[in-house]
Structure formats: C-alpha cells, structure tokens
Design a protein. Structure first.
Length: 277
C-alpha cells in the first residue's frame, strides 16, 4: 500500500457516486461508509484515559500510539486489498483532520458539497419514499405528521445535515488543505473534476467511463434504518434541480438565507445570479 486517502462529504452530495467512480481506477480500493475513524477514535479515548499509559514516559507512549494508529489502519486495509491506494469514506475525517494529521503526515481529504436546497430536497424525497417504515434519516418520531418545512428544520438542527454543516463550517475556519468538489461540477464535467482530484492526490490519472458506473461499494442500508438509499445511477449526468417543487419555494428560499457562508464560499450565490440574469 502506498497511501490512504479520505473522503468526508456532506450527506446526499454524491459521496457514494464519487467513491464508485474512483473505484474504476485499477489502483484504487474504495470503501462505503466506513467505521475506521471510529476504531482509531476509540483507541484515542482509551489512550487519553488509561492510567497505564499516563504512568509511563509520555514521549514514548505518544510515539507508540502514533505508530499504533498508523500501522493499525494500514494493517486493516492490507488485510482487505492489495491495491496501492485506498479512499476511506467517513464524514468525520474533515473535522478531525488534526488527529488524522497526528499519525499520517499531510493527509489528503476530499469533501463533496452540493447546493443545500438540493441536499434537503433529497432528504425529503427519501423521507416520502419511506413513510411507512423507519426513515433511517434521524429523529424519526419527530417526523410523523410534520410539514416539509418542519422536517427541514429538524434535519438542519440534527444529524445528518446539521451536524455535517457544523463540521464543515469548522473545517473552513481551520483552513485545512482539503479539496472541495461540488456535486454539480462532478455531474456536469466529470472527467475534469476527476483530473483535478488526481492532481490533488498526486496519483496517475485514469480515463473513466461515466455512462456505465458500476456500484462496487456494498453496504446494508437496513442497518441505518431502512431508507437511506446509497444506490447510484450508472450514468453520470447533470439533472435539473427540483427543490422548489419538492420543498416549496418559500422553504427553499429560507434555506439559502440561513446559510450565507455556505452559498458564498462555494459559489452558489453567483450561480443563482447567473441563472436569474
């Protein structure tokens, strides 16, 4: 194995799609939603609190723990694949960049973002699709009998959207060298965006087939409650936004007003201005 890369993206923003596109590269092994972060984070919690470590030489213990994390993660993936490059997907890698950088020098993290109105629209469509079963989204009991606007408000204040946005905002404030990829750019100009990703990762580029992207990441969506659908479309292409129809124009407008930092940072305000011209 040569290097492990990471993806820490917003929900409903094309993270699974990107993983499966990257998986076309013959040198890449890609994960679905991964628990590796939880493994090393759990180890850190034990390291921080165990008196056995505190009772010994601090420098030695820190060096040992660093090697434990680094070699442990490598060992995890070496047992699964012999491919030289790994892309591990977990939303937490961005906000825990400093911890990641503690045991892996200058880690490369990719973050997919998407117009938040489309993110919430996708969440709402997932909810409607699974009204008769647990939505798997979050706070399911609070969702029953609510309005679309109320559901958006709940998602914005909790997992998965609210927490992910809080983490993204913190990542931007800390100015870590993370590569941001807009979902809209990936679906409109996929090869251009993949070339940009490979330049950032510092690996050989690959010519992709965007009309037949096979799903190679496997995860049991029922574990998440039954309706978080990680199935991708095999043909990568831009689709028109439907957030006004799904959410209602007032709710969609409220979303944009609630997150000015997001719309300015990622250029969505300029896109809206061009579309209105």
């Amino acid at each position: 194995m040569e290097e492990i890369f990471y993806q820490a993206s917003l929900p409903r923003s094309g993270s699974t799609l990107l993983q499966n596109i990257l998986g076309q590269h013959p040198d890449f092994y890609v994960t679905p939603t991964s628990g590796v972060l939880e493994l090393v984070f759990g180890a850190r919690a034990n390291f921080d609190t165990s008196p056995e470590f505190k009772a010994q030489d601090s420098d030695e213990m820190v060096a040992g723990f660093r090697a434990f994390c680094s070699e442990g993660v490598k060992g995890f993936f070496n047992a699964i694949t012999d491919k030289p490059y790994i892309v591990d997907k977990s939303r937490g890698w961005g906000v825990y960049y400093d911890f990641l950088n503690f045991y892996q020098d200058s880690p490369k993290v990719i973050c997919m973002v998407r117009d938040l109105r489309d993110v919430f629209s996708s969440m709402e469509k997932q909810h409607r699709k699974a009204q008769k079963i647990s939505s798997g989204i979050s706070n399911d009991g609070e969702m029953e009998g609510t309005t679309t606007a109320k559901r958006v408000d709940i998602w914005a204040k909790s997992q998965p959207v609210g927490l992910a946005l809080d983490r993204l905002h913190q990542v931007l404030l800390e100015n870590h060298p993370i590569l941001f990829v807009r979902y809209e750019d990936l679906t409109k100009n996929p090869q251009t965006e993949l070339d940009r990703i490979y330049d950032y990762l510092g690996v050989p580029k690959h010519k992709h087939n965007f009309t037949e992207v096979k799903q190679i990441t496997e995860e049991d969506d029922s574990v998440y409650g039954g309706a978080i659908d990680h199935t991708i479309r095999g043909n990568v292409k831009a689709l028109p936004s439907d957030y006004d129809d799904v959410l209602g124009k007032q709710t969609a407008d409220n979303i944009k007003r609630a997150y000015p930092w997001f719309y300015e940072t990622f250029g969505y305000s300029q896109v809206d201005a061009l579309n209105a011209a």
